[in-house]
Design a protein around this ligand. Structure first.
Ligand SMILES: Cc1ncc(COP(=O)(O)O)c(C=O)c1O
Length: 430
């Protein structure tokens, strides 16, 4: 039984659906850099950052300073008034976003960012149908739940129609039992048949996470987005990429994950790591798409000066500290070490990821690839005992997800991998 009063009250007063990790859930009380402490005084290396959201360290001095200064100066305006942090942030984003993405709309969450993107695509094109991906997660509104590609997230009734789920570019479990590159990117090609058979032959958008996050860090193969976006555009649709998890340098080498492919989106969404924990959602679009957004729109907390100041400070920190490069370097080291775990532990069916977005998919049998969700739970519990917090995901609940902070060192990565190594041994013997 947990002795935490916060955990007890959480269970007593919150919706039961607000589930927590671990048999004995943890109440976090303090964070500093890559570490967090629970309310019992235990220290952990935080390798998940509240789901890839603490991007530049807990209580990062630069971000905290920006937040405190802004709170003391002006904490709220609504979108009815301009404010300097929002305007400066929008200008900054126009300078760094891919392609011709120049116009921003700010909200509080990834859900709202995606809701806005879909509404923009539908109005711009005058079309209704969406092609989305199986295994994906896009948020908890009616539209984004309809878009979810995971049954466990969409138990509530939802009425938004016109959403069509294409096969995921999930090479480890290829839906066509093919192998890259001989597959000819069948998963992307199949989008054409989906449009021709499941819609009226025209779509508003192809909407995809650049790396499927909650679905278990599924990285589409080279060439996938080029082909998928071309098909979407052939049938009148925009290409929307959801970088709620994959932006801000996390994938290494580029500020935005989609820049690993040779294609530019019409709309990009983000949230999470953008504000290092400050609530913010971003929908950034081309001027043409933004110009057609219908009527007038408003968001009470959209472009909130404090969240905007936090986001600006986070992005500047990423740039000034050269963290995109750091993600590539530490990510390469981590990827190699995770591949070694795969060689060593039969439980590990696949080790995959880009930069500091790396995962292990656990299976009971490498040939049948039967998922091993109980082992994933055991690995979570065992790593916790070693003072390391990680994440989980995947439709089958069998993927270990890691999201070290963008300023993580190789030593942090090693500490995490050593804990995973011991935990995998323990899980195999259970
Ligand atoms: C890829 C992706 N899109 C959208 C969302 C929804 O974001 P939020 O929880 O901020 O509404 C999430 C949240 O996990 C996500 O991972």
């Amino acid at each position: 039984m947990s002795t935490s009063e916060s955990v007890r009250k959480h269970k007593e007063y919150l919706f039961p659906a607000v589930s927590m990790y671990y048999k004995e859930p943890i109440a976090l009380a303090k964070g500093e850099g890559p570490y967090v402490w629970d309310d019992q005084g235990n220290k952990y290396l935080d390798c998940f950052g509240g789901v890839l959201t603490i991007s530049v360290g807990h209580n990062n001095p630069k971000v905290t300073e920006a937040i405190v200064n802004q709170v003391k100066t002006l904490a709220h305006t609504s979108t009815l008034f301009a404010n300097k942090p929002q305007s400066d942030l929008a200008e900054k984003l126009a300078g760094i976003a891919p392609g011709n993405l120049k116009k921003s709309f700010f909200t509080n969450s990834g859900t709202e960012a995606n809701e806005t993107a879909v509404a923009a695509a539908k109005t711009y094109t005058g079309r209704h149908d969406l092609v989305v991906l199986r295994h994906s997660y896009s948020g908890r509104s009616a539209t984004t739940l309809a878009m979810a590609g995971q049954s466990s997230w969409k138990k509530v009734p939802n009425l938004v129609g016109g959403v069509h789920h294409a096969h995921a570019p999930y090479c480890y479990r290829c839906p066509f039992n093919l192998e890259y590159p001989q597959c000819g990117l069948k998963c992307a090609e199949d989008i054409e048949e989906l449009i021709l058979t499941a819609t009226g032959g025209e779509i508003a958008a192809f909407f995809a996470e650049t790396i499927i996050g909650a679905g278990g860090f599924i990285v589409p193969p080279p060439g996938y987005f080029e082909k998928a976006a071309a098909i979407a555009r052939k049938y009148g649709g925009l290409f929307i990429t959801d970088e709620v998890q994959a932006a801000w340098g996390r994938t290494g080498d580029h500020m935005f994950g989609i820049s690993h492919w040779n294609v530019t989106p019409d709309i990009l969404t983000s949230a999470k790591g953008m504000g290092n924990g400050a609530p913010i959602g971003l929908t950034i679009a081309t001027p043409e798409v933004a110009a057609k957004y219908p009527g007038i729109t408003f968001a009470t907390f959209g472009g909130n000066p404090v969240s905007s100041a936090a986001a600006l400070a986070t992005i500047e920190y990423i740039e000034n500290e050269n963290l995109i490069k750091n993600c590539a370097v530490v990510g390469k080291h981590l990827g190699e070490r995770l591949k070694q775990l795969k060689e060593k532990h039969p439980l590990v069916g696949d080790a995959r990821g880009l930069g500091l977005m790396q995962a292990l998919e656990l299976v009971k049998d490498r040939k049948t690839k039967e998922p091993a969700p109980a082992a994933a739970n055991a690995v979570l519990e065992e790593t916790r005992k070693k003072g390391v917090l990680i994440g989980k995901g995947g439709v089958y609940g069998n993927v270990i997800r890691t999201g070290l902070m963008l300023n993580a060192t190789k030593e942090h990565a090693d500490q995490m991998v050593d804990a995973l190594d011991a935990a995998l041994t323990a899980a195999a013997n259970m």
